[in-house]
Design a protein around this ligand. Structure first.
Ligand SMILES: Cc1ncc(COP(=O)(O)O)c(C=O)c1O
Length: 384
């Protein structure tokens, strides 16, 4: 999910970084030290501080900070020795990075359908697609909403299949009280500009496994340890110290950010709950989302509604209009033939609305009234 920098400040953007004096001070402090990066597997002091802060927050033994969420996915797959001949099961209804990381290892992505209620892996289809060559399942907590981790773990446990959570969008979302990203064998976070907290660019791998964490620490710096040269395959996935320092400052605000998102989501839900022709995001007591976005489904004319809202300065956004298996590149490999009916439905009906902490109560009123106007002007039918 990509944040679109927009110079029209009157727009209600879909997501927006919140940066203040804490981040500015943190950057200047690193500049003063002149220590901008560190090529040891342990990383520099700011990287370590950022990792420790995430370890404490997530309740996980290890966090390894990297330079993107995509690198986190790739490093996780490499650490599990995923390679050509292996199959990795994942949704097609996700940001393409999830699938690209699999392709980079030489393994085959196998696309699994998603639930129409919450857009996470469809358990029945997952069960049907697990096979002899399945090495990893990658649940994506899309829109910051947790996947059904209990059912997924049950499917994987006795078959020796590892789980890598794609928690790029879900920092702070919980499954039965546990932080998403900390539940699978490995979890991947992103700190891209649109995310819950940001470093500009950045990512991290979360794990309780000492050996996997150790491998990824070495991999992030070309596989080199000390003076012995390269111990294993790796490349440059290091997070710069300035990015980590911004991350530390952002971590200090995470709880406030999440509370703001939840408050806005609750308000928006109550403002639009009576509009017919739309369905509101799912939430149950075991799975609490972080409100990365507020994704509704629209019975028809979704694109016209999005266009109407955009014209009114509300950056309602369609994530993802083209599911990965139907994209030009993946189609060229034959993936468009895979039948994923619920994914196709989601790609045609889902519409994300902004609820990030900078959205004001007046703006929420404006979003709600414009959704209502769009729906009544376009004469939407109730959803079946
Ligand atoms: C679901 C998902 N997976 C992976 C990524 C990749 O993260 P990054 O952009 O930090 O490489 C993103 C974010 O952009 C994402 O939304």
């Amino acid at each position: 999910m990509k944040y679109q920098a927009d110079l029209r400040y009157d727009l209600i953007q879909i997501n927006k970084p919140i940066l203040g004096s804490e981040e500015r001070r943190a950057v200047l402090e690193v500049l003063k030290t002149e220590r901008l990066t560190d090529a040891s597997p342990e990383g520099g002091p700011k990287v370590r501080e950022f990792e420790e802060s995430l370890e404490n927050y997530l309740g996980s033994k290890h966090v390894v900070a990297l330079n993107s969420g995509t690198a986190a996915l790739y490093a996780s797959l490499l650490a599990l020795d995923v390679k050509k001949g292996d199959e990795v099961l994942l949704p097609s209804f996700t940001f393409v990075a999830t699938a690209n990381a699999v392709l980079m290892t030489g393994a085959s992505p196998i696309f699994v359908d998603v639930s129409k209620t919450d857009f996470t892996l469809d358990i029945k289809d997952l069960r049907a697609k697990v096979g002899r060559r399945t090495k990893v399942v990658v649940p994506v907590h899309l829109y910051g909403y947790p996947s059904r981790m209990h059912e997924i773990s049950e499917i994987c446990r006795n078959r020796g299949i590892a789980i890598i959570e794609d928690a790029a969008q879900s920092l702070g979302a919980t499954y039965k009280g546990r932080q998403t990203g900390s539940i699978g064998n490995l979890g991947c976070l992103s700190f891209y500009g649109s995310k819950i907290i940001t470093c500009g660019e950045g990512g991290a791998v979360v794990t309780n496994d000492d050996a996997l964490a150790g491998r990824i620490r070495v991999m992030r710096t070309q596989g080199v340890v000390g003076e012995k040269g390269s111990r294993l395959f790796g490349f440059n996935m290091r997070m710069p110290e300035i990015s980590a320092a911004i991350g530390v400052a952002q971590m200090g605000k995470l709880t406030t950010f999440l509370a703001g998102r939840r408050r806005n989501a609750t308000t928006l839900r109550s403002l639009i709950s009576d509009i017919h022709g739309i369905s509101l995001p799912h939430e149950d007591k075991d799975r609490l989302g972080n409100w990365y976005v507020f994704t509704i489904t629209v019975s028809s004319k979704r694109d016209q509604i999005a266009e109407f809202l955009n014209k009114k300065g509300i950056r309602a956004t369609v994530y993802y209009k083209v599911p990965v298996h139907r994209s030009e590149f993946y189609s060229s490999m034959g993936y468009q033939k895979v039948q994923l009916p619920k994914t196709d439905w989601a790609a045609q009906h889902a519409l994300s609305l902004p609820v990030h902490p900078s959205v004001t109560p007046n703006q929420l009123e404006s979003i709600a009234s414009h959704v209502e106007k769009a729906v009544s002007d376009l004469n939407l039918k109730a959803q079946s």
